[in-house]
Design a protein around this ligand. Sequence first.
Ligand SMILES: *[C@@H]1O[C@H](CO)[C@@H](O)[C@H](O)[C@H]1NC(C)=O
Length: 175
Amino acid sequence: MASSSSKVLLVGLVALMCVVLVSSIPRNKNKIYTVNRWYALPGYSETPFNDCGSKGSTIQKVEVIPCDNDNACQLKTGTTATFKITFVPKVNTTTLRARIHGIVAGIPLPFHCPQEDACQNSNIVCPIVSGQVYHYVVELPVLKSYPHVNVKVKWELLSSDGQDVVCVMIPAKLT
Ligand SMILES: *[C@@H]1O[C@H](CO)[C@@H](O)[C@H](O)[C@H]1NC(C)=O
């Protein structure tokens, strides 16, 4: 039956993404990069992204390092990728919470975020003040166990009142 086979597909996808997402939890603390070290890293480049409703800020730049492809960053399993989001908030907020989804075949699957407090180990100091430039920097290990699939990484940073300060969608390919 069509409905049961699509249920099976959905369950399969969810199970696959659980493996992807759970195994993507960084096992060690995120490192803080200085600006100098950051720009000295090989493979520095601006990464294409979609703004998925950053009501509380203007996104200046998204970078994934390394990113070997112009259309979708290749995240090589067994390596570490660094994500950097540069934004200028339009709001003041005392807290900032990270929420990450992996979107596979159009289905958003919640990503257990190991460091939900986006003010910790992220190069950001809270409270967030409107009009200042913030460089959010998080290091993510790409584990060998990941399946090789295309994924859109939806990365949100939420204010104290639950508003999307940042919402970016980064196309990526696990290789
Ligand atoms: C944020 O707070 C500062 C003072 O700390 C104030 O000048 C500014 O207007 C506030 N911005 C907003 C959007 O409320």
